[in-house]
Design a binder for this molecule. Structure first.
Ligand SMILES: NC(=O)c1ccc[n+]([C@@H]2O[C@H](COP(=O)([O-])OP(=O)(O)OC[C@H]3O[C@@H](n4cnc5c(N)ncnc54)[C@H](OP(=O)(O)O)[C@@H]3O)[C@@H](O)[C@H]2O)c1
Length: 346
């Protein structure tokens, strides 16, 4: 009797087994706290320094996370010889400038998603990193998770048959009452760079480069996208990607093929560390599931992979190679062109 179809196993190494690197946090805002906690609790690495535009904010962050050195400027942070990698956690509009600052000082960089505002800015940073011989990586943290590895390997092994459809959705209620960086065009606000980047990365992760991008958007009075629908094609497969900052959505994803589909669901949404991957036969029976035993501190997977890449002298991570960051940014440039979103100063 043939054995039932199964999900491919994860090949992502234990984050606690990765080498230690010394991190500097640039821009100690909301997400930098999650990052510092994941480094401390989920890896052997350490945040050794923090840089803020304000010495008080840097001090407060340092006290909160037990960080030894705090600086009242980003210039001082990147000049710290004991920092191996700078984590750029500023708003999207600032990523290019802050990543270039770190690279110019000879530091490796992990840049929060979206890597920059545009492909042009992305290439500026990657070219600088290549010239300086340092690592540059996009902190698209979900792509480093074991679940994404399982999905991609399951598709690559042909378990789903011919893939016909990829669907991924990311909606959070962040507007109109959310933080400024979401609605202000000057900070490259809107759903695309903040939320839509996840579904687009997911579709790229599964299918590779996306073609024939078609987008519709609903814009805010300030001129950034509140809600987006994007369709693209790769060979015989269609990808449908949606994002909104005007409503909370289930944030689910699936990859459907002629033989089976995988579904990503769960309390961490499709991009989160607590996501469950299910293999479902066309008749609807769930034949296999995967969820990591310890879903907490999901950022640790990207921290560990960057640490391994640095230790091995690689300039890009396996999970989010430069081709992925560039391909996603190419799609996002095209989406913005079609829906009419521009950011001042880009
Ligand atoms: N991976 C995830 O799950 C996730 C979740 C949320 C956000 N993010 C990403 O993380 C980045 C930051 O988001 P966040 O929510 O942490 O933002 P945030 O709370 O506003 O923090 C950003 C920090 O950047 C610094 N900054 C530098 N230039 C700035 C400027 N011109 N305007 C405002 N702040 C500036 C500020 O710190 P100082 O002034 O003290 O230096 C600020 O605290 C974005 O790229 C976002 O997409 C990722």
């Amino acid at each position: 009797m043939p054995s039932p179809p199964a999900l491919a196993p994860s090949t992502v190494p234990d984050p606690m087994a990765a080498p230690r690197v010394r991190w500097g946090v640039l821009g100690p805002g909301g997400i930098a706290n999650t990052f510092a906690e994941a480094v401390r609790a989920g890896t052997r690495s350490e945040v050794v320094a923090v840089g803020s535009r304000s010495a008080e904010r840097a001090d407060a962050f340092a006290r909160r996370h037990g960080v030894t050195r705090s600086y009242g400027s980003y210039e001082e942070l990147v000049a710290d010889e004991d920092v191996d990698v700078v984590y750029v956690a500023s708003p999207h509009s600032e990523h290019r400038e802050h990543a270039l600052l770190a690279v110019a000082a000879g530091r490796h960089v992990l840049v929060e998603k979206a890597f920059a505002r545009s492909l042009r800015e992305t290439d500026e940073v990657l070219d600088a990193a290549r010239a300086a011989g340092v690592l540059a990586a996009e902190a698209m943290w979900s792509r480093y998770l074991p679940q994404y590895d399982v999905v991609r390997r399951t598709v690559a092994e042909g378990t789903l048959g011919d893939v016909a459809l990829v669907q991924a959705d990311h909606g959070q209620l962040l507007w109109p009452d959310g933080p400024r960086r979401l609605w202000d065009p000057a900070l490259a606000g809107g759903s695309l760079l903040d939320l839509g980047v996840y579904p687009i990365h997911f579709a790229h992760h599964v299918l590779g480069g996306l073609e024939d991008v078609a987008a519709l958007g609903v814009l805010t009075p300030e001129g950034v996208d509140a809600t987006l629908g994007v369709t693209a094609r790769r060979g015989g497969a269609l990808a449908r990607m949606t994002s909104t900052m005007a409503a909370a959505t289930p944030c689910a994803a699936l990859v459907a093929g002629s033989a089976a589909r995988v579904e990503l669901t769960g309390p961490g949404w499709f991009y989160g560390a607590a996501t469950t991957v299910r293999l479902v036969e066309p008749g609807g029976s769930v034949v296999d599931t995967f969820a990591p035993e310890h879903p907490e501190h999901g950022f640790r997977y990207q921290v560990a992979e960057v640490a391994r890449a640095v230790a091995e002298g690689r300039h890009e991570p396996w999970s989010v190679p430069w081709t992925a960051t560039r391909a996603v940014m190419t799609v996002m440039d095209e989406v913005r062109r079609q829906v009419g979103v521009t950011y001042p100063g880009e």
